[in-house]
Design a binder for this molecule. Structure first.
Ligand code: T1G
Length: 691
């Protein structure tokens, strides 16, 4: 046998062990020996049953995603599953860890599935812009019913072993020694005798399908697809399982899969899958990471409270520090209320809420932070205040404690210079609400020690964050590029667009919402305060703020909001204000189309990203994509701004930037050298964009 597939035999039960670290992906070097082993065992009289199991931490977690886009090497997964279904003796999948995608499809090719209680089972292909391409859309409904299968496949969310047993996906759930239990189960099935009906021939769960209810469910799910092709294709494939004979449905699935796997959306989503994992890698071998078990958070306001929850949600002990008992009480009360809401929504159990609240300790005394391994400040966004905090921490924090600032904009090097241990200091820029948003920009200051960076990056994964290491500059990566994306917004309004037209261009592009609706949601007063602090103006937004129109929270901003509603309604007074401001400036208004809106907002976004790469503030173009997809809602089907630049055509972007630079003279349109090189070479790496 090959090193990736080994076969043993215990009391007449053949055991096929797949061993392909780290996640037992069904790479070609697994598929070939697996096929050969199963073909031999099918006809082997010494094998009365077959168990398929995996070594390492998980059952097969899917096809090998790195193989997509390359010539397919036989045998394909589909051939292995088809072979399995010709085996006349009982076949059992022994599932632990995560049986995902092609892994679950392999298990569906078996007659039975035995799962460890901690296992998870799912078909997450939709998250890669795909659909299950190994028969999952036709076999899963035959075990769990069409409605459950549709929900699992369109969401891509795995289910627990217990839920899988209840749904009919798993035949037995075991609490210990999975392999021994699976072997025993297989032996019993063999001794009991057949027939052993392959999943493909089990149709009774499908027969009970209410097709009109199914179509209504599929239509509801399609609303969330927001321009993505895969969710719709998933629903179509599951519907085929109901209405077509098995082999026709399987053939239709194959066609749908081939169309998706070669499309831009799946390429974009597969790019993001690897980009997120790449972003978490810190150059430098075997960095000695520090232990972090207790975290101190300074400031129990919106950010501090959210950050504290993020750490508690990851199982860490939290000491929350405030300046007064009243502020501390308020902060802790908000945290408890948030957990109560989660329990009421069913996203958290009562027990988990109790456990998490038990991790908190409140204090108004800095010395209580002395035992913390990491201390994160989330105090007022003012350099003097931050320096005062870190000055105190220098005397109180234990040796080796990591010090982090949650600043969104301020110079982390300057903050580091205010402590006696700059090597232990970095930025941890959380995004609000910090207990929800996945993105964490980890700001590497000039003197930050590599092992501090590695420790915090590792910790980010532990608390469920997507970490990206960024350098020091105003706004780091995300907010700096957000400024570039928004710098033309008011010019577009003065020259003829309405807030609704700009926002529609964004939502048609695939954004969850456009910049004006986003401004109303976040509160226009935040930008107003920042502009005043930097001596900047925005003629229309400043006027709205002077009128007290801050957006949703005041019922009016760029749009009107009926009492308590969040749906934006065009406000004729705002459009009149825009026309008046344009007239004051002698601007002749004109029709502005979606294409121009995208060129004057998203091309500067890409251009700023190229400058950030040029300066080394981001180490990889893909890191920038990870920031924008996880922190700002950039459409995943376009892969992030830097990946999308390739789809949109970098040469075209350079040309249009030059056009707008000639038209307006504004610097944001001057193409970055890195962008020009990308246009010439076709890749950010060869343009010099990878450190
Ligand atoms: N193929 C190739 N490499 C993979 C992989 C895969 N399916 N899954 C993970 N890796 C790599 C990953 O890049 C990383 O590499 C390392 O393994 C550890 O991963 C025909 C078409 C299983 C829950 O979508 O969800 O089957 O960075 O850091 O946090 O219908 O990996 O170490 O070099 O994520 O413990 C469907 C994808 C594929 C599951 C483990 N399957 N994987 O999480 O580790 S398409 C998936 C995951 C398919 C069929 C279709 C997670 C995990 P490196 P990791 P983790």
């Amino acid at each position: 046998m090959s090193s990736s597939v080994n076969v043993a035999n215990e009391n007449g039960v053949a055991i096929v062990i797949i061993d392909n670290p780290p996640v037992n992906a069904l790479s070609f070097h697994v598929r070939k020996p697996l096929y050969e082993a199963l073909a031999a065992l099918r006809d082997d009289p010494g094998a009365k049953a077959i168990v398929i199991a995996c070594a390492g931490r998980t059952f097969v977690a899917g096809a090998d995603i790195t193989e997509f886009g390359k010539p397919v090497e036989q045998p394909e997964l589909r051939a292995i599953i088809a072979l399995l279904e010709t085996v006349p003796k009982p076949t059992v999948a022994a599932i632990h860890g995560t049986a995902l995608g092609g892994g679950l499809e392999l298990a569906l090719g078996c007659h039975f599935r035995v799962a460890d209680r901690g296992a998870k089972l799912g078909l997450p292909e939709v998250k890669l812009g795909l659909l299950p391409g190994g028969g999952g859309t036709v076999r899963l409904p035959r075990l769990v019913g069409a409605a459950k299968a549709l929900g699992m496949i369109v969401s891509g969310t795995p289910i627990s072993a217990g839920e899988a047993k209840a749904a009919g996906l798993v035949d037995a759930v075991v609490d210990s020694d999975l392999l021994a239990e699976a072997i025993r189960f297989a032996g019993e099935m063999a001794d009991r005798g057949g027939p052993f009906v392959p999943v493909r021939d089990r149709n009774n769960r499908l027969a009970e399908t209410d097709l009109s209810a199914f179509d209504a469910q599929a239509a509801e799910l399609a609303k969330k697809a927001r321009g993505l092709d895969a969710p719709r294709a998933c629903a179509e494939a599951v519907r085929n399982a109901i209405t077509l004979p098995f082999d026709e449905a399987l053939a239709a699935e194959r066609q749908l899969f081939l169309k998706l796997v070669s499309g831009d959306q799946s390429r974009a989503q597969r790019h993001l899958f690897f980009a997120e994992r790449e972003a978490a890698k810190i150059p430098g071998k075997d960095l000695q990471k520090r232990t972090v078990s207790r975290v101190g958070i300074i400031g129990a306001g919106t950010m501090g409270g959210g950050i504290a929850m993020a750490f508690a949600n990851g199982g860490l002990q939290v000491t929350l520090l405030e300046t007064s008992d009243e502020a501390l009480r308020r902060g802790l009360a908000t945290i408890e209320k948030n957990y109560i809401v989660s329990v009421s929504r069913g996203s958290l159990t009562e027990e988990a809420k109790r456990q998490r609240l038990g991790l908190f300790k409140g204090s108004t005394d800095y010395t209580d932070l002395a035992d913390c391994d990491l201390i994160v400040e989330a105090v007022f966004e003012d350099m003097a205040v931050k320096k005062e905090v870190f000055g105190k921490l220098g005397a109180i924090a234990k040796p080796g404690a990591i010090l982090a600032t949650n600043t969104s904009y301020l110079d982390v090097d300057e903050i580091a210079a205010s402590t006696s241990r700059p090597q232990d200091l970095l930025g941890m820029h959380f995004f609000s609400p910090a207990n929800v948003m996945k993105l964490l920009e980890i700001v590497r200051a000039e003197k930050t020690a590599p092992e501090v960076l590695a420790t915090v990056t590792d910790l980010a994964r532990r608390i469920g964050k997507v970490a990206v290491v960024v350098g020091v500059c105003h706004g780091f990566v995300g907010n700096r590029m957000l400024s570039a994306r928004g710098s033309e917004n008011e010019f577009l309004l003065l020259e003829g667009a309405t807030p609704g037209e700009v926002d529609k261009a964004f939502t048609d592009f695939g954004w969850p919402m456009g910049p004006f609706q986003m401004g109303d949601l976040a509160g226009l007063d935040i930008g107003w305060r920042n502009r005043k602090a930097r001596g900047q103006t925005a003629v229309i937004a400043d006027t709205l703020c002077e009128q007290g129109h801050f957006g949703q929270k005041t019922g009016r901003g760029w749009y009107r909001y009926e009492a308590g509603a969040r749906e934006p309604v065009a406000d004729p007074e705002v459009e009149a204000l825009i026309r008046a401001k344009a007239a004051e400036r002698g601007i002749a208004r004109r029709e502005i189309g979606a294409e121009e809106i995208i060129e004057r907002t998203l091309y500067p976004l890409v251009n700023e990203g190229a400058k950030i790469l040029e300066e080394g503030v981001a180490g990889r173009a893909s890191d920038i994509d990870v920031v924008w997809v996880n922190g700002y809602g950039f459409p995943i089907g376009k892969g992030g701004p830097m990946f999308w630049a390739g789809l949109a055509g970098a040469g075209n972007i350079v040309e249009r930037l030059e056009h707008w630079h000639r038209q307006t003279g504004r610097a944001i349109f001057e193409p970055a050298a890195m962008l020009r090189r990308f246009a010439e070479t076709g890749s950010w790496e060869s343009a010099g964009g990878a450190r």
